[in-house]
Design a protein around this ligand. Structure first.
Ligand SMILES: [Fe+2]
Ligand SMILES: [Fe+2]
Length: 303
């Protein structure tokens, strides 16, 4: 294995981090709608030269709201999945049980965190944002797949959050401080989740032959394909919300450029940045070098 993660270390790291939802939003801590919420590498507005600086900030904020919604939505299937994984072996290893329950508790906190930020967004932005979902339908569809496929999709998501913060958010001085604080605090706890998910993938793959691993990777790719269909729909929703929020009527070629740039950005944000993360690929390689090759062949579509 490429890693030396243990449940005991993950629990210890989790115990060193403690923040509450109330520390990050509410009671005077508000979003600043004069600023962007996401870094450019995730928002993908810079190439849209026909938009004014003000219009690009509006689009950035719509994508920021989408970030809150998407993470709230995926965490609604991560939470029951982690609990289901913990439950059959509660008495086997105290550190395993405690680390996985902390993982679940943190995801429940993140769901509430994203919801509270969405409430603050709705109050300040003033225009409703249409969103894909509902989250229960996505959770049901994802959890209908075999556990190893779901664990791989979750592992990709956990490493994705690390990349977002470390490569794009941390050094960006222009983002709204409250939104940046959310991304930072989420990153802190997700670092532990990525390690626990690596252990979960290892446990679920234990004893499977290469044919069974191949079938799990097929199902993981089916989950990715389903998410991609949803993201494509979300870009169409975002275009409509942008038109209402900015009052700008885009010409036909401008609409096409908007959709192309936003599809690329949203795919990178939620699929490519996790799928190409070196630690995600290293875990896949321990299961099957051929599976890593398959994923690396498909990944450029999302980058
Ligand atoms: Fe989370
Ligand atoms: Fe997580």
């Amino acid at each position: 294995m490429f890693h030396q993660f243990t449940y005991r270390e993950a629990l210890r790291a989790s115990e060193r981090i403690s923040w509450r939802v109330e520390d990050l939003i509410g009671d005077g801590k508000q979003l600043d709608f004069r600023r962007p919420f996401l870094p450019e590498s995730l928002a993908g507005t810079a190439t849209l030269g026909f938009l004014s600086a003000e219009e690009r900030v509006i689009l950035n904020q719509i994508r920021g709201h989408g970030y809150l919604y998407m993470f709230g939505m995926v965490e609604e299937f991560i939470l029951p999945f982690v609990l289901d994984h913990a439950r059959p072996m509660l008495g086997m290893d105290d550190y395993r049980t405690r680390a996985l329950l902390e993982f679940a508790a943190e995801e429940a906190k993140h769901i509430q965190l994203f919801r509270r930020f969405r409430e603050a967004f709705a109050a300040g932005f003033g225009i409703p944002c249409e969103m894909i979902g509902p989250p229960e339908a996505l959770a049901k569809a994802v959890l209908s797949h075999q556990p190893l496929a779901v664990a791989l999709a979750i592992l990709q998501i956990e490493w994705m959050t690390q990349r977002h913060y470390l490569e794009s958010v941390r050094e960006d001085p222009g983002i709204d401080p409250q939104f940046k604080s959310l991304l930072q605090h989420h990153w802190m706890e997700e670092a532990g989740h990525a390690k626990l998910d690596t252990l979960m993938v290892g446990a679920l793959a234990d004893g499977l032959d290469q044919a069974a691993i191949g079938r799990a990777v097929d199902e993981y790719l089916a989950i990715i394909g389903m998410l991609d269909v949803g993201l494509t729909q979300q870009v169409a929703f975002d275009l409509a919300v942008f038109a209402r929020a900015s009052g700008r009527k885009l010409a036909c070629d401008e609409r096409a450029a908007f959709v192309a740039a936003q599809q690329k950005a949203i795919r990178w944000t939620f699929l490519g940045s996790g799928m190409t993360h070196p630690n995600f690929l290293a875990t896949v390689e321990t299961l099957s070098p051929a599976a890593r090759q398959r994923i690396e062949c498909i990944a450029p579509t999302f980058c």
